[in-house]
Each structure stands twice: as structure tokens, then as C-alpha cells.
Design a protein around this ligand. Structure first.
Ligand code: ATP
Length: 602
């Protein structure tokens, strides 16, 4: 609770104070109005003239003005404050997410459920907590005012009214807890529903969905998720209806009984007409305010439960241990050494790496080959420290990767991942992301693009490097409302390569299938460039096209998470093992002088 209120305070102290003041005045006005009405009626009933009621009536009129003006002003203030708090909380949330070193949390459905609720909470809960607390405080003020005035008329009714409030409060809190549990339970389904909705409305899967006619299947799945969530909401709604309905009837019975008692007492001359009016206003006021208090309490409680997810993410701490101090490199250990590295993506899952021993000498190139699922990309992810090995160690210049500052480690690496990203940004930004600190240098982006062989193509775009590479969003601030342009698959791949080449000072260049989408000529051209670029640098190259990696200083064949073969291209071909077999298959596929029977069979 303190966290939520502190956020609101940090977002805008003057607005929060003004909001507090408005709420206090709004809470006091109904009590004041009831007292003024009683005073005026009693004076009139006592035969007093206009002069003696002029001030209570004028004050009553002013109170009426306040009652109409205050809620609008308070609503406006609440909305402005809410947006400010939302911005601050969202920024804090995403800043926290940005501190996560690894990828593990993005593969933990429970954490993702929590993250989604935290996102909702960041937008709404701090303000709702403040609103709820002010509602409780304001309502309590109104209740106290009315109960005191009522106690003067009838202590019994006052006590009964207050006692009747206890079950209301208990019931509202119980309903809140139930609602929060329901929100948590339907959250995974709601995330799945969002996933299906994105598939159905996004460009990414549109081709396949249309070609395979999978729209109905996905829509059915989406609606089933929605139905399940709505069924849970309906169940909660029914319980709320029964509980709230019962409490409303109880309140009406108490109010009715009290009214009969007061009118009887006025008829018997034991109380005045003003007393009756005060009683009616007080009972309605107390019951209304009590309901408002209970509602605000439930709102606060609901919001706090939701806010708990936000706080849990904010306080989740580092996902991988980050050392306070990085040890100095060991002069005798140059390069990267993997020693008996074991890794799996989760307990109970198969080992993706099962005892890898490998040395990537500084300034040399190592190529990784192997069948699908052999563990090549996993090894790359471990080198970038997106995960830590379960067993064994990876040392760079003698320093365990766990002892590096992750940001420092990543500054040393340039990479093209197999599943590289394509950003809905301009071409210049798509490349500049590779080294944002130096992306303003006018020559760097075109230089990187030239090396990746994409410069001319980008220059030919409608706005050159500033062309917007998206068909689904319009550029921010763009005059033209139309979408931008899209690149071909191979051009996107070259763009990803240019992004990696922005870091021309990277000590380690990782290229995971950097040319899989390129035509034969482009592939040759890129690999010639990469061979020149790699000279004297440490590099790790993964490719299923073995012709592309034959120039590497060392080739390692991964098989079922282990290094099965290690050597140069010529050495491995001569050894006649897995590499020689795979290379033989590929090179035979390109030969035209094959035995016709062999060609027909392949
Ligand atoms: N995020 C993940 N969570 C769980 N298992 C994973 C994950 N990524 C990969 N795996 C599993 O780890 C094993 C190794 O996968 P990896 O991607 O490293 O193979 P690869 O050699 O790069 O394959 P390919 O040649 O197909 O790219 C596979 O069995 C795969 O199913």
C-alpha cells in the first residue's frame, strides 16, 4: 500500500494534495447540508421569520453548488493524476524488465502471467489505491458526522446502523479476495486469447492462416478461452449478486424500521419535524456512506492485490547472479574455453548440451555444424550469457562468464541470431540499434550496410535510409498516413548482418546462419566479406551450408549436445566421420557428373 501511495505522491505532490482536499470537502458537505436543513426546518416550524433562516438556507444553497461542482473537478484531477502515476509506474516496470540479464523469465508462464497483471497494475492501481483510500477516509468522515447527529436523536438506531455495517465490510473484503483469485485464475487463458487474437489480426501468420484455412480453428480456440473466462466472471458475479442483494435488503429493513420509529415519536410530540428530516437524511447518509466505504475498501483491497503483482516484478531482483566486481583477465588464458558444459532449459527437460569441451582461441574462427537440435544455438545463447550452464564453466580470457558485468560482456559481442529481429522502425534505426551510442555518426550506418551488401537497396527505397520498414504501423509524426515499405527475407537478413557489423570493434562475432536466406551469389559475396572481416578476430560461425564454413580455422561437429569431431575442413573430410558424410552429401547435390542412378535416387 505504501508503495502505491508513494508512487502517486512522486507523480505529482500538488495534484495529490488538491485531490485530498476536494475529497475532504466533498465528504463534509452532506453532513453539513443535513444539519443546515434541520436548523432551517426547526426554525420555520417554530414560527421564526425569514431573517432567522436566511443564513442556513444560503449556506444550504452554496452546499448544493459545491455538491454539483466538486465531483467534476475531482474526476478531472483524478484522471490527470492517474495518467501521471501510470506513466511513472509503467516506466519503472519496463526499466526493471530491462535489467533482466537472461531469457529464462520469458519462458516461465507463471512469471509472464504475473508480468501481464503487473502491466495492468502499473496503469491503474496506484491511482485506484489512492482513490480507494480517500473514498474510505471521506466515507468514514461522512459516517462519523451522521452517526454523531443520529446518536443525539436515537442512540439505538445509530448503534444498529453501525453494527449492520460490519457484515457489509467483511462481505466486501471476502468478495474482493474472491475476485482477485478469479483474475489470477483466468489470466493464463486471457493471455492465450490474446495470442490467438494477435495471430488472427497480425501479418506474421496471415499467409499460413489463409492458405491452410486455419482461421476458424484459431477463432474457435480464442472463443473457447473467452467463454471459460466469462464463465468464471459470471460465477463471481452471481455470488456478488446474492451477497450484495442480501445486504441491500438488510439495509432497507433497518432504514424502514427506523423511519417508522421516528415518525411515531414525532406524532407523539417527542421529536420535531426537523428531527424527522435529520433522521431520514442521516439514515440515508450513513447507509450511503457505509456502502461507499465498503466499496472503496473493496476497491483498495482489489487494487492492492493487483498491485502485489507489480511489486513482485519490481522486486524480483536479478534473474542471473551479477557480480559486484569483475576479476582481471588471466594473461595466459586467451580466448574462450568451455569446460564440461551441461545445459538444459528446465528441470526434467532433456540436456541440450551434455558435456561440451571446446576452445575458441582469440583471433581465430570456429565453425559449429551439426544436425537440427544438436545444440548449436544453445551454445551461442550460453556464450552471450542469456543462460548460465547447469554444470561446467565458460571462461573468456580466464574469467568465468558468470563473473562478467553482463552489459560489459555483451558490448564485446556482435551477433546475427538465427531468429534475428525485424523492427518496425526506419532502415537507419534498424541498423543503428547495433551500436546506439555511435549511430549518430553519419558514416557508420551506411558503412555497415555497405559491408552487408544492402546499401544500394536501402538507398533506392522511397526515403532512402529513413524509409519506414513496416506495413502495419505508420511512422511516428509522419504526415502521410500510409504504411511504409517491407524488405525481402534476404534483405532483412542483410540488415541484421549490418546491425551486427555496426560493432566493428566487437571482440567476438557470432554468426548463426547469417546467409540462410541469401541467393547463391549473395551468399558467396557475404562469406568472402565475412572471411575478410573475421581476419584477426574471434568468431563463431554456424551454418548448415558446409561450403560456407570450410575456411574456418577450426570446425566442431556437435552431436546430441557433445563435440563429436574437431579439426580443419581437410582434416575432417580425411577422417571420414559425420562431417565428411554431411559434406559428401551436400557436394554431391551440386555435382552434375553424378552417376545417373545415384542422381535419380537422391
Ligand atoms: N527455449 C527453449 N526451451 C526449451 N527447449 C529448447 C529451447 N531452445 C531449444 N531447445 C531444445 O534444445 C535442443 C537444442 O536446440 P538448439 O536450438 O540449440 O539446436 P540447433 O543445433 O541450433 O538446431 P538447428 O540446427 O535446428 O538450429 C533442442 O532439442 C531444442 O528442442
Amino acid at each position: 500500500m505504501v508503495g502505491a501511495v508513494a508512487l502517486a505522491w512522486r507523480a505529482s505532490p500538488p495534484r495529490l494534495l488538491a485531490y485530498l482536499l476536494l475529497h475532504t470537502v466533498a465528504a463534509a458537505v452532506p453532513v453539513l447540508a443535513a444539519v443546515l436543513t434541520k436548523t432551517a426546518l426547526d426554525r420555520l416550524a417554530g414560527g421564526a421569520g425569514w431573517e432567522s433562516v436566511i443564513w442556513p438556507v444560503t449556506a444550504l444553497a452554496l452546499a448544493g453548488v459545491l455538491v454539483t461542482a466538486l465531483p467534476r473537478t475531482a474526476d478531472h484531477l483524478a484522471a490527470v493524476l492517474g495518467r501521471r502515476v501510470g506513466r511513472l509506474a509503467t516506466d519503472r516496470l519496463y526499466a526493471t524488465v530491462d535489467t533482466f540479464v537472461g531469457l529464462g523469465r520469458y519462458e516461465d508462464p507463471r512469471f509472464l502471467d504475473r508480468l501481464r497483471l503487473a502491466g495492468d497494475a502499473a496503469r491503474i492501481t496506484p491511482n485506484r489505491v489512492v482513490d480507494g483510500l480517500l473514498g474510505v477516509a471521506g466515507g468514514a468522515l461522512t459516517v462519523i458526522g451522521f452517526v454523531v447527529s443520529l446518536a443525539v436523536l436515537s442512540p439505538v438506531v445509530a448503534v444498529v446502523l453501525v453494527a449492520a455495517a460490519v457484515p457489509v465490510l467483511v462481505a466486501e473484503l471476502w468478495l474482493s479476495r474472491r475476485r482477485a483469485r478469479m483474475v489470477w485464475e483466468i489470466n493464463p487463458g486471457e493471455r492465450r486469447e490474446m495470442f490467438y487474437a494477435q495471430l488472427l489480426t497480425g501479418l506474421e501468420a496471415a499467409k499460413e492462416i489463409r492458405l491452410y484455412g486455419a482461421g476458424g480453428f484459431l477463432r474457435g480456440r480464442m472463443m473457447r478461452e473467452r467463454e471459460a473466462a466469462d464463465a468464471a466472471r459470471d460465477r463471481t458475479g452471481r455470488v456478488e449478486l446474492v451477497v450484495d442483494g442480501g445486504l441491500t435488503v438488510l439495509a432497507a429493513v433497518i432504514a424502514g424500521a427506523g423511519l417508522i420509529w421516528t415518525v411515531r415519536s414525532a406524532a407523539a410530540g417527542a421529536s420535531t419535524v426537523g428531527d424527522v428530516s435529520m433522521f431520514v437524511a442521516a439514515v440515508a447518509g450513513v447507509q450511503g456512506a457505509l456502502r461507499a466505504v465498503a466499496g472503496s475498501l473493496a476497491l483498495t483491497y482489489d487494487s492492492l492485490l493487483l498491485h502485489g503483482h507489480y511489486e513482485a516484478v519490481i522486486r524480483s531482483g536479478p534473474d542471473l547472479v551479477v557480480p559486484a566486481k569483475v576479476p582481471a583477465p588471466v594473461a595466459s588464458e586467451r580466448g574462450i574455453v568451455l569446460r564440461d558444459v551441461w545445459f538444459r532449459y528446465g528441470p526434467g527437460l532433456p540436456w541440450a548440451l551434455a558435456g561440451v569441451d571446446l576452445h575458441i582461441p582469440a583471433g581465430r574462427s570456429l565453425a559449429l555444424v551439426g544436425r537440427n537440435g544438436a545444440g548449436k544455438s544453445t551454445l551461442v545463447k550460453l556464450l552471450c550469457r542469456f543462460y548460465d550452464p547447469c554444470r561446467g564453466s565458460i571462461r573468456w580470457d580466464g574469467v568465468d562468464l558468470r563473473d562478467f558485468d553482463p552489459a560489459e560482456l555483451r558490448r564485446r559481442i556482435g551477433a546475427v541470431f538465427q531468429d534475428y529481429a525485424s523492427y518496425d522502425l526506419t532502415a537507419r534505426e534498424n541498423i543503428g540499434i547495433g551500436d546506439l551510442a555511435r549511430s549518430d555518426d553519419p558514416a557508420r550506418v551506411p558503412d555497415a550496410a555497405r559491408s552487408a551488401g544492402i546499401h544500394e537497396a536501402l538507398e533506392r527505397l522511397p526515403d532512402g535510409y529513413d524509409s519506414w520498414l513496416s506495413r502495419t504501423f505508420t511512422a511516428r509524426g509522419a504526415d502521410a498516413a500510409g504504411p511504409g515499405v517491407l524488405l525481402s527475407g534476404g534483405q532483412w537478413q542483410r540488415l541484421a548482418l549490418a546491425r551486427a557489423l555496426m560493432r566493428d570493434d566487437a571482440q567476438l562475432m557470432i554468426l548463426d546462419e547469417p546467409s540462410s536466406g541469401l541467393d547463391a551469389e549473395a551468399e558467396h559475396e557475404i562469406h568472402t566479406m565475412l572471411v575478410a572481416h573475421r581476419a584477426g578476430r574471434t568468431s563463431l560461425l554456424i551454418s548448415h551450408r558446409l561450403g560456407a564454413i570450410r575456411a574456418a580455422d577450426t570446425i566442431a561437429v556437435l552431436d546430441a549436445g557433445r563435440v563429436a569431431e574437431l579439426g580443419t575442413h581437410d582434416g575432417l573430410v580425411a577422417a571420414g566421420g559425420v562431417y565428411a558424410h554431411l559434406f559428401g552429401l551436400q557436394s554431391r547435390g551440386y555435382r552434375t557428373d553424378r552417376d545417373p542412378a545415384e542422381a535419380a535416387a537422391s
